[in-house]
Design a protein around this ligand. Structure first.
Ligand code: GLA
Length: 388
């Protein structure tokens, strides 16, 4: 991956890159749409990463080139004046253009104070785009780490502050009101561990071992992405917030199943469903982390299956392709559990499967859903600098 980036840099700029940052995508094992409700999530960082490498240059122009083939050719080069009070970086249309993720992080990095020198950089990635594996957070955090190498004189932020800065960038530039899960795991991932994140109090987060050679985390990409997802996310988030308000609680983290049922008269039908999902999903996530600690994969798998049903029926973020992939996986002996992962409306499923059953699982899924592609990744390390 780094070699590919170096080659592209040489070709593009005719010289050698000197510094670089790298950050992983993630798969969320369980705890979906709970992060912005102050709940728990249980993701792991992937071996798939985004790499940003480059060098400082004289002058006042920054140039960044992406090697990502999905990006149309006329959008692959981004050039802008060095950011600062006199050249404020602004989001551009459309919001999801990769330029916005990078520019947002540049602004978040030094609050537009003008400390970032001119640079040339290239970006390459092995995180599938728009697949629910957090290609956005990988890009943001890799950009952040690149800037840390570019500006070694500036004070360093803590890992938590780094994740929050990248989340801020995503809220303000691509205008996606995401929770903290993706940026946090991309920074904090650890080889051989999943991370139980307490999104109310990040300091309480806990690395949970996931390194049993007999067990595989299989990611299946549906290779579909429904546009509805982009507009649905802020709406779902708003429904959760208004439900918590009506139940007189700071967030759905503070609400119990009993309270939801006792006070359901105060909620709209949609709010009631969102509450049912979020409140039960927070409980499932804690239970799943406990199951993982005792290698109880059967229990873990049951919770994954329940999570999928709840996302499909109560949170209404699944789609027929994801339901099909989950159903196919669940038919295979040796599969513990399967669910959609990420925001939904397309993207990937995650399946916990015995290593002995992996081949059969992939064949069965592929036979029933031709377009499926697979990723097998062990839990990997989070963001790091790249030595060149
Ligand atoms: C997206 C967001 C996360 C989280 C998930 C759903 O990935 O970026 O913050 O809300 O959706 O669990």
């Amino acid at each position: 991956m780094v070699e590919l980036a170096v080659e592209l840099f040489r070709k593009q700029f005719g010289c050698e890159p000197q510094i670089g940052g790298c950050s992983p995508g993630r798969v969320n094992l369980i705890g979906e749409h709970t992060d912005y409700n102050d709940g728990y999530v249980l993701p792991m960082a992937l071996e798939n990463v985004t790499v940003v490498i480059g060098r400082r240059v004289d002058g006042d122009v920054c140039t960044i080139v992406t090697g990502t083939e999905e990006v149309p050719e006329d959008q692959r080069i981004l050039t802008f004046p060095t950011p600062g009070p006199s050249s404020l970086l602004q989001p551009i249309e459309p919001p999801k253009l990769w330029h916005n993720y990078v520019k947002g992080v540049l602004v978040a990095f030094d609050d537009n104070k003008g400390n970032i020198p001119a640079f040339q950089a290239v970006i390459v990635t092995t995180v599938p785009l728009g697949g629910g594996l957090s290609s956005s957070a990988a890009l943001e955090v890799a950009t952040y780490v690149f800037l840390e190498q570019l500006c070694p004189q500036l004070p360093k932020r803590s890992d938590k502050e780094k994740a929050l800065a990248c989340q801020w960038a995503e809220h303000r530039f691509p205008k996606m009101p995401c929770g903290i899960m993706d940026q946090y795991i991309s920074v904090m991932g650890k080889k051989d561990y999943a991370l139980l994140i307490d999104c109310r109090n990040l300091a309480e987060s806990e690395h949970v071992p996931l390194n049993d050679p007999q067990v595989v985390v299989l990611i299946t990409n549906s290779c579909v992405k429904h546009e509805l997802g982009d507009s649905a996310y802020p709406l779902l988030r708003a429904q959760c917030e208004s439900a918590a308000k009506k139940l007189n609680k700071p967030s759905l983290r503070d609400v119990t199943t009993e309270q939801v049922e006792a006070e359901k008269g105060k909620l709209t039908d949609d709010e009631l469903k969102r509450c049912r999902h979020v409140v039960s999903e927070i409980q499932r996530t804690k239970a799943a982390a406990d199951a993982l600690k005792t290698n109880n994969y059967v229990q873990f798998g049951k919770l994954m299956n329940q999570s999928h049903n709840s996302l499909r029926d109560d949170y209404e973020v699944s789609c027929k392709e994801l339901d099909r992939l989950v159903a196919l996986a669940q038919e295979v002996p040796g599969v513990y559990g399967s669910r959609m992962t990420g925001a939904g409306f397309g993207g990937c499923t995650v399946t916990l499967v015995q290593r002995d059953a992996l081949k059969a699982a992939k064949e069965h899924i592929q036979a029933g859903y031709k377009r499926a592609t697979f990723i097998e990744s062990s839990p990997a390390d989070g963001a790091r600098s790249v030595s060149l």
